[in-house]
Design a protein around this ligand. Structure first.
Ligand SMILES: Cc1cc2nc3c(=O)[nH]c(=O)nc-3n(C[C@H](O)[C@H](O)[C@H](O)COP(=O)(O)OP(=O)(O)OC[C@H]3O[C@@H](n4cnc5c(N)ncnc54)[C@H](O)[C@@H]3O)c2cc1C
Length: 466
């Protein structure tokens, strides 16, 4: 269906819309522009607008909206900031989008326990601004200023995960509204618990298919005493990746170790006006005491030199560090600028670290044979890398070629013991890989989905085919 046709579709159920309007007043929108904005993420996937958007302000309101949708058998699609990359917010079957941005309160900070509880619409940058005076920070950093609810739901990670883990390791507890409107709390503030099934981890990464997360308790960390960042170019991508593998296997506790291939470096240098060589390059960051950081940096630079690393170029001042990491975070938009007017098909895989060089080298060999341009970046300390195929979605041959390359890369990663997505999630773009990755495990996932959401109203058409 075209975007125009979907937008022209009448609301699914006038009685439901009337009920939600009496509940939310002006905070229920059926305006075409609002629906369109909420029917797409940052990816190449087409717009699929919901019938209405509910701007909620409390867990109780979410429960009331979900209960009403359940009574009317209407899909519910949670929406954080819409930065996901596999079509997760698309309203494939219409329904009501629940926009969480109005639930943006930081409910409690406990510096003595190193934890915080936030509403799901709080974004990661706002959380860190709020924490600044406490000397604490929340490290998970997917580049985009995503909501904590969305990050929890996609099990996001990013540049710092090699040191601090992903959302999986950093969510302690949740408040969740289930498909029948019940409100449950999972986990808690204790650092460990052996009490029953781990429901927290069931909802982390569920992409809104099992319930709407309204509150999240997170771990916090002390802002490191010393931080040091550097970039180092390499003659070949294999040299750069072998450096990463040796750094990780040596147990050097790097905070960030990011790879940009020569195509991505050319994009970043032009877009962010940086004075770096256009070669495969590693971006490093070290956290700790001044002596600890110095020691880590010396060990890493010695390993880099063994693999032909040209030199460590240090970003000493905080503003230089910010510029460097901003350039890394802008890598996606820099890539798009390589082909003006193109859309980015961003995809990621993750493999055991010992297979990383092989996986990247074979993937680059595929790209060399292809007509498509696809810069490569990676959170390589975790064995995770991304490609952005620069495509014109209106050209079937380009879509077919991107599909072919993506299938080959994912199958390669799976054959190496890896996963079809390290952090972007499944949405509907990667659903078809799940049976290969999880086998019979998918039927257990389906059983869980059907028992928690028997009417299949929670973000239908995503993650698990029901
Ligand atoms: C330039 C760029 C760089 C990126 N880099 C990274 C990266 O390095 N690492 C990484 O992990 N990701 C990365 N991403 C992807 C993206 O930022 C993450 O997927 C992010 O976690 C999504 O958060 P969001 O608030 O935008 O969620 P949305 O896109 O709004 O939603 C994502 C999914 O979660 C569901 N959802 C949202 N909120 C809730 C809720 N409260 N309860 C239940 N379900 C909910 C939605 O229905 C949807 O299925 C990048 C994206 C961009 C555009």
């Amino acid at each position: 269906m075209t975007a125009e046709a979907v937008l022209a579709r009448p609301p699914a159920d006038a009685a439901l819309i009337a009920e939600l309007r009496s509940l939310l007043g002006e905070r229920l929108s059926t305006a075409a522009a609002v629906r369109e904005h909420h029917g797409k993420d940052e990816s190449y996937h087409p717009v699929d607008p919901p019938d209405a958007v509910a701007f909620v302000q409390s867990t109780e309101e979410v429960a009331a909206v979900v209960s009403a949708c359940a009574r009317h058998d209407t899909p519910v699609i949670p929406f954080g900031t819409g930065t996901s990359l596999e079509g997760g917010v698309a309203a494939l079957r219409g329904g009501v989008c629940i926009d969480m941005s109005g639930m943006n309160a930081i409910l409690r900070v406990s510096p003595e326990d190193l934890d915080v509880t936030v509403q799901a619409g709080v974004t990661r940058k706002r959380l860190n601004e709020h924490l600044r005076d406490t000397g604490l920070f929340f490290p998970i950093d997917p580049g985009a200023d995503a909501s904590i609810g969305g990050m929890t739901s996609t099990r996001a990670s990013g540049t710092n995960a090699v040191r601090y883990g992903t959302m999986r390791e950093n969510v302690l507890g949740l408040t969740v509204v289930l498909a029948d409107g019940r409100i449950i709390k999972t986990g808690g503030r204790a650092r460990k618990s052996a009490a029953g099934y781990d429901l927290t981890r069931l909802f982390v990464g569920a992409e809104g298919t099992l319930g709407v997360i309204t509150e999240i308790t997170l771990r916090l960390y002390g802002i490191p005493e010393a931080i040091s960042s550097a970039v180092c170019p390499f003659p070949t991508i294999k040299d750069a990746v072998d450096t990463v593998i040796t750094v990780i296997q040596s147990g050097i506790p790097v905070a960030r170790i990011e790879l940009l291939d020569e195509v991505q470096m050319s994009a970043v240098v032009a877009y962010s006006k940086l004075d770096y060589a256009v070669m495969p390059t590693l971006f490093f960051e070290f956290h700790g005491t001044p002596a600890g950081v110095k020691e880590q940096a010396e060990m890493a630079s010695a390993i880099a030199a063994e693999y032909g690393g040209v030199s460590f170029q240090w970003a000493e001042k905080p503003e230089d560090r910010s510029r460097l990491w901003q350039a890394r975070h802008d890598a996606y938009y820099a890539a798009l600028a390589l082909r003006p007017g193109s859309r980015g098909w961003a995809t990621d895989v993750c493999v055991p670290i010992s297979r990383l060089a092989e996986c990247i080298v074979e993937t680059k060999a595929d790209l060399a044979q292809s007509s498509l341009m696809a810069p490569l970046v990676g959170h390589v300390g975790d064995g995770n890398f991304h490609l952005v195929y620069l495509i014109d979605p209106a050209k079937p041959d380009e879509m077919a070629e991107a599909t072919r390359l993506n299938e080959r890369m994912v199958m390669r990663a799976l054959a190496m013991g890896g996963t079809c997505t390290g952090e972007h999630g499944v949405g509907y773009g990667k659903m078809h890989f799940l049976p290969t990755e999880h086998g019979e495990g998918v039927s257990v996932m389906r059983t869980i989905k059907q028992s928690l959401d028997p009417r299949n109203i929670m973000n239908p058409g995503k993650v698990i085919a029901v």
